[in-house]
Design a protein around this ligand. Sequence first.
Ligand code: SF4
Ligand code: SF4
Length: 444
Amino acid sequence: MHPELIKPVKKVRGGVKVPHSKNTKDMPVNRLPAPETVYLPMNQHIGAPCEPVVKVGDTVKVGQLIGDSDKYVCAPIHASVSGKVSAIKELRTATGVVSKTVIIENDGEMTEFDGIEPPKIDTREEFIQAVRQSGLVGLGGAGFPTHVKLNFKQDAGIDTLIINAAECEPYITVDYRECVDNSWHVFNGIHLVKDMLGFKKVIIAVEDNKPEAIKILERIAEKNDDRDEIKVMPLKSKYPQGAEKMMVLSATGRKVPPGKLPADVGCVVMNVASAAFIARFVRTGRPLVSRSLTVDGSAVANPQNVRVPVGTEIEYIIQKCGGYSEEPVKIVTGGPMMGAAIVDTHRPILKSNNAILVLGKEDISVKKQTDCIRCGRCAKACPLSLMPTIIEKYAKAKDYSALKAAGTMVCMECGSCAYSCPAGRPLVQYMRNAKAVLREEAGK
Ligand code: SF4
Ligand code: SF4
């Protein structure tokens, strides 16, 4: 191992080996032509939805603010094409959430909003305010407003920034392409966050199935003046290595207690594409109006990495990738392990979506469900040491105190248990049901 690379501090228990299927890894991101219409839901992030600040008939330009809120946990939304607001109405997103949606008819000009200019940043507060103005949410799929994550108290003992470039879900390669194609943006973003917020240490965590990305990042890290403070850490390729709690443990040896956040053990985890975006935003002032996605799966004709305006219909993207090569068995936004299955492709891409998987027969093996054989593989695979079969029993019995004591609410629905079950039992569904039982009890 090169001296600049550091080893994981602690081995993470559980997890599963999944086929990587990184078929698009050698494909740089292809910018697709903008569609005729974009659909921009006001609810694209974790937290309070935005309210439209435009009305039907308004002319808007790319990057113009179209939705905002005075609630703290929220990220503003900007027009992703120039044109006319043709409607504002309640529509369902791909995952079934009903959200007020601003619909813009593209005038084909992609005219940039006149007010776009690099933000003035001299202080920590101005930096956090600029991140809010950019509309950035976690680009790795979580969708949590980034300004909230970064707005910790200076005396909170937070010393380590972990850049998540693990990309442990099969198929998805857009973070890999960010590392390979835009490595200087990644480093500029890291330096901005590190210097503005006073992190003492930065760890760039990459799974070891991406040697090219590790090589490029490490080469840049080595040239930096602060080379002792920014290190590249190859992690064993194992799902869900990219989950925040797993990553904090591997990278620092600090264990995030149940119900707590990485910040509670002195860490902030940020997706690698989010870091690169911050660098671009600070240089140009252009907010988050487009995003990169991996389009893959055996049922799409031309798998590739694409960049599209936020709010582009999923069906439009699939058609631009050659359409369907066979009847899809399942279409998913995100990865096959934690992504959401969708039923209607005439729904828009959101800021947090990093993939569209058009899965065919070749991609999906359906195990016949049989009785539990008590092999214990589900418990062994769980990175959080949960016991899904016991939790299922408690849920059926509505034994609330036992469900709480078993750590039910900690489950991150990663699917490692179900993946490893030889009896094909829908364990993630059981865990979701168990959480619903506890929520129901809490709401009484
Ligand atoms: S889905 Fe929940 S119970 Fe299953 S492995 Fe993941 S965290 Fe553990
Ligand atoms: S892995 Fe499946 S068969 Fe084995 S104990 Fe768990 S639920 Fe039962």
